[in-house]
Design a binder for this molecule. Structure first.
Ligand code: HEC
Ligand SMILES: [Cu+2]
Length: 250
């Protein structure tokens, strides 16, 4: 009896620690979609790389949702795992207390890709980087703008767009070599005329691309009805960068 009471006490306090966030916790939005994780910092800035940055010793509350199917946010190094469910929010709380890097997995089988190179559940990976408060602030400032290493380059914006295309999971559904995948190829996409499910014809331009990324279900390209592109969260500058990139994938 005493043993059971003790075991209950130990596991319940661990459970409460991960279920109830401190008042001053940093609130991070986490979105799962086939097949990538994306994040949004408390000030609304979307994370543009493949890792979430968190300052050490600061309590964190994650508010998580899914844009399509059931996923599961799993950080083995933190002993954290939580279902990410379409149609509802789930939460976890924790306080990272050591600098370093942790691998994130999806622990819910969420579908196979269109082919061996097209990704799928196994490629739904991410990282959490625990850094100092100063590095965290520095990182936030950096991702709001074009990366410094691309700034002076000719075509820097398009190169940034290419980084986003590769880093944000677009490659799982869109090729640039003309090969078929879950979504239309980006080869020659700029200026192409698409036929929508409504029968309407539309020319691929800035407004169409912007809407296709932020609200993919608004206009669906015929024969790609079942591809189900998830909505993405990007800053205006990032959308501009992707547009610049799509102008180059001829
Ligand atoms: C799960 C698969 C999937 C992922 C991931 C995905 N897309 Fe799509 N995308 C589609 C499908 C399917 C369509 C066509 C149906 C539609 O219009 O919604 C599409 C359409 C588009 C179009 C319109 C293209 C055209 O020829 O009309 C653009 C632009 C686009 N996606 C951009 C992106 C970008 C940028 C990313 C990454 C940030 C991305 N997509 C990630 C599946 C995906
Ligand atoms: Cu998943």
């Amino acid at each position: 009896m005493l043993l059971i009471v003790w075991m209950f006490h130990v596991s319940y306090s661990a459970y409460i620690r991960n279920a109830v966030a401190a008042d001053n916790a940093l609130e991070i939005r986490v979105r799962g979609a086939r097949w990538n994780w994306s994040y949004q910092y408390p000030d609304g800035t979307p994370e543009s790389g493949d890792a979430l940055y968190l300052p050490v010793n600061k309590p964190v509350k994650m508010v998580m949702s899914s844009s399509d199917v059931l996923h599961d946010y799993f950080v083995p190094a933190f002993r954290l795992k939580k279902d990410v469910v379409p149609g509802m929010y789930s939460q976890i709380a924790f306080t990272p207390n050591r600098l370093g890097e942790a691998q994130v997995f999806c622990a819910e089988y969420c579908g196979a890709g269109a082919g061996p190179t097209a990704g799928g559940h196994f490629s739904m990976l991410s990282k959490i980087k625990i850094v100092t408060e100063a590095e965290y602030e520095e990182h936030l400032k950096k991702i709001k703008d074009i990366p410094a290493e691309l700034k002076d380059k000719e075509n820097g914006t398009a190169l940034w767009g290419e980084q986003l295309y590769k880093g944000k999971g677009c490659t799982t559904c869109h090729s640039v070599d003309g090969s078929a995948a879950t979504g239309p190829t980006f080869k020659g996409v700029w200026g192409r005329t698409e036929t929508l499910t409504t029968g309407e014809q539309i020319k691929v331009d800035e407004n169409y691309v912007r809407e296709s990324i932020l609200r993919p279900q608004a206009k669906i390209v015929k024969t790609f009805e079942n591809g189900n592109m998830p909505p993405f969260v990007f800053t205006e500058k990032q959308v501009d960068a992707i547009i610049a990139y799509l102008k180059t994938t001829k």
